[in-house]
Design a protein around this ligand. Structure first.
Ligand SMILES: Cc1ncc(COP(=O)(O)O)c(C=O)c1O
Length: 453
């Protein structure tokens, strides 16, 4: 019988993360200090992150050892299985073989614990007692809540208000793991109060919630901030996904023609894609696609520019694709993809044409996700549905071109806490929404006058 899934043993788990900095085809632009506009030094980040994570952020080493204490926690759900989506392939009727990494089996239900666990660990080792963070859909907040409990740290999560209201169960997961969850914008920070004064009904955004969490961390004793995406060290922690996938595909004697991940801040996409991007930089032929929402088309419509990661301009200026730091995306259901910027590493690789990006409307993504659930069983997160829409798109292209293709994608999380969004889709209440060009031009005014990369 043909093998449908590859399950690795505990002792086959990768013991190092991959750092693409060592293989970049051209040097990346440095992040800049938000006040001086000069390249940022490690000490500038010290009030916000513990130094052991800052060292990872700036490291140029190709391989970084995963501490034993982190591996021990990873083994609760890793290595994750690699599946072949035979039934979905049949439905599509295209000449494609589709493989997916199932990151939805983690305790929090997505890829996010892959970085939450090491971030909590490194904070603990550095002597930190409390972590503040933000969350969009609640996947990151719940992952960090769990990881903080594992290492006995306090945790406060600022959750984008629209998601807080759409997804009460995510808050309850955070509470169950012992964390506090606050709807953002809140009255607990200057950043939140300023937004509420101007827009009392603000649905919130990741940019606002980041400002609140950073402010919270730097104004509380023994606290640090933690980010669930965008930064180099976060992307590096996620490479365990792609490294496992490479081993698993090798046991099947295959290599993908196409690698796909959905992208919010870029860590999930990076996780599956960076080990394959390394191969591509060294000559291998593989198409690498990041799938983003048409309502927040950072890579497909935004310029590559220096911009802040947050609304209150507290973060460094990052060289990235951006829609402007005061952009508030429409309240679509894929809360984890509603971010105005994109990880500098991903932005750089898209500019270098190692990777490419495509945008999908939420109706198209739910259509793909429901087809998936009805063939493969597992109900995907709304974010994951963007990757599935890209798989459908690639399968259609393969059919048109009459070419056989092997597609690998990251099934980044399950949608069992997102069923309200399926309810909206199934009852015809979900609307298509493409961001109008005028709105992009308006939002981009926020970056006028900032340094140019
Ligand atoms: C299930 C799922 N997939 C993908 C993403 C996007 O993650 P990233 O910001 O790492 O691109 C998220 C973000 O919350 C998510 O919850």
């Amino acid at each position: 019988m043909e093998q449908f899934k590859v399950v690795m043993n505990d002792n086959e788990i990768p013991t190092q993360w991959y750092n693409i900095q060592a293989d970049m085809p051209t040097p990346m632009k440095p992040p800049l200090h938000p006040g001086t506009g000069k390249p940022l030094g490690p000490d500038d980040l010290a009030p916000v992150f513990p130094m052991n994570l800052i060292e990872q952020e700036v490291s140029q080493e190709r391989w970084i050892d995963i501490p034993f204490e982190v591996l021990e926690k990873y083994l609760l759900w890793r290595p994750t299985p690699l599946y072949r989506a035979r039934n979905f392939e049949k439905l599509l009727g295209a000449p494609v073989k589709i493989y997916f990494k199932h990151e939805g089996i983690s305790p929090a239900g997505s890829h996010k614990p892959n970085t939450a666990v090491p971030q909590a660990y490194y904070n603990k080792v550095f002597g930190i007692k409390r972590i503040a963070t933000e969350t969009g859909a609640g996947q990151w907040g719940s992952a960090l809540a769990m990881a903080c409990k594992m290492f006995d740290l306090e945790c406060r999560v600022y959750m984008v208000r629209v998601s807080y209201e759409q997804k009460p169960y995510r808050r309850l997961m955070m509470n169950t793991w012992g964390a506090e969850c606050i709807p953002s914008p809140s009255t607990l920070t200057n950043a939140g109060r300023n937004v509420l004064a101007a827009h009392p009904d603000s649905p919130g955004s990741l940019g606002i919630a980041i400002s609140e969490a950073v402010e919270d961390a730097v104004t509380h004793e023994n606290s640090r901030y933690s980010l669930g995406s965008v930064l180099n060290h976060v992307l590096m922690h996620q490479t365990i996904i792609g490294l496992e996938a490479q081993k698993q595909m090798k046991t099947l004697g295959i290599y993908p023609d196409v690698v796909i991940g959905c992208a919010g801040g870029g860590s999930n996409f990076a996780g599956i894609a960076l080990p394959f991007a390394r191969d591509k930089i060294h000559g291998k032929k593989v198409t690498i696609i990041g799938a983003e929402p048409a309502s927040c088309p950072t890579m497909t419509k935004g310029p590559f520019a220096y911009d802040f990661g947050d609304l209150a301009k507290m973060t460094p200026l990052l060289p990235m694709y951006t829609l402007g730091h005061d952009f508030v995306p429409a309240p679509i259901h894929a809360g984890g993809l509603r971010y105005h910027g994109m990880a500098p590493v991903i932005s750089h690789l898209v500019r270098e044409k190692v990777m490419e990006a495509r945008a999908y409307d939420q109706l198209e993504t739910f259509d793909a996700g429901v087809k998936w659930a009805r063939t493969e069983g597992f109900i995907p997160a709304p974010e994951t549905n963007h990757a599935i829409a890209a798989v459908v798109d690639e399968a259609r292209r393969a059919k048109e071109e009459g070419k056989e293709k092997v597609i690998l994608f990251d099934w980044s999380g399950h949608g069992l806490v997102d069923l309200a969004s399926y309810d909206a889709y199934l009852s015809g209440k979900l609307e298509a929404y493409e961001l109008p060009d005028e709105e992009i031009q308006r939002a981009l005014k926020a970056i006028e006058g900032l340094p140019k990369p």
